[in-house]
Design a protein around this ligand. Sequence first.
Ligand SMILES: NC(=O)c1ccc[n+]([C@@H]2O[C@H](COP(=O)([O-])OP(=O)(O)OC[C@H]3O[C@@H](n4cnc5c(N)ncnc54)[C@H](O)[C@@H]3O)[C@@H](O)[C@H]2O)c1
Length: 342
Amino acid sequence: MTDKPVRVGVVGFGYWGPNLVRNLDKLGDVELIAACDLSEANLAKLSALYPYVQTTRDLDAFLADHDLDAVVVATSAPSHFAIASKVIASGKHCFVEKPLTLRSEDSEALVRAADQAGVVLQVGHLMEYHSAINWIKDCITAGELGDVLYIYMQRLNLGKVRTEENAFWSLAPHDVSIVLYLLGEMPDHVSANGAAYVTPGVHDTVFANLHFPSGKMANIHVSWLDPHKTRKLTVVGTRKMLVFDDMQATEKIWIYDRGVGAPDSALAYGEDLTLRFGDITVPWVQMVEPLAVEVQHFIDCCVSGESPRSDGRDGLRVVRVLEAADESMATGGAPVSTSVGV
Ligand SMILES: NC(=O)c1ccc[n+]([C@@H]2O[C@H](COP(=O)([O-])OP(=O)(O)OC[C@H]3O[C@@H](n4cnc5c(N)ncnc54)[C@H](O)[C@@H]3O)[C@@H](O)[C@H]2O)c1
């Protein structure tokens, strides 16, 4: 496959699929061959933009007829497992939008199937390809912040109110993938509280705590019942503190040289703690469209056979955390184990 373009097909051309197709179409090492969607209207939109792409509503024919190397799945989440299972069973590399599936056991099955078939399985954890998040990861790895103590994240807005999935499944996949990526660690348990103020039974506001084996802690607050549009991440380290504000157009990352000084050992603990206030720095980070980086990475992995940054196991870990948050909310906030089987 190295010299020939990767022959790609797409399933799902609703709201998000067009963004994937636009980025795939720009890649020199990709040949966009075919698209499948249940909606004739959406296929007509695709044909108007990409007349050379063949379209069908029949997934089996789509997989059988076009000698595809790889398939990108951008359908609604409940259909991911069935569609990705067929793609993998047909021996094609598979990119699935987030969340990988709605149940961790289905994600485990996809991971095993991809391993057995020897195909690449990548999940659309877009933020792992975001320039600022990768800058922050490098900053943490380089020890700039000291040891990370805790992280908290807020993804808030008024709307869009959804009725099928709760706010955690709708909004938090990105935050969970970011925190697992930055810490390089899977939480051992999750406790969450939420409330369904708008639609009975569908939590619109959720506070989740992730507890890590290292002692680190992360809190994720999501809501579509909030006056502010907020997408913020705060990392508190032993040396410095960092804030990432994704609502800012340019100055997205702020680093605070602040902390609490150690006590003089001659005194009792707490008697001479000193607050340290140093410089605030705003680094310049060159922004590249994360989706362009993400799809190029998928194609590179299809060619090399390497496991993607956001591989099936990463997708499984995120699904398990989302699922554990649901289980915890159902019990009024009890800690729920997040262990996974593969
Ligand atoms: N990475 C991101 O930032 C991001 C943003 C938005 C959506 N998404 C993800 O993208 C996926 C799609 O979301 P959306 O908002 O575009 O949904 P959507 O409902 O707008 O579009 C889904 C499309 O898939 C088609 N479809 C559904 N079931 C199908 C099936 N069985 N076979 C063929 N086609 C089928 C529908 O007809 C529709 O055209 C979801 O997984 C969502 O979480 C990711």
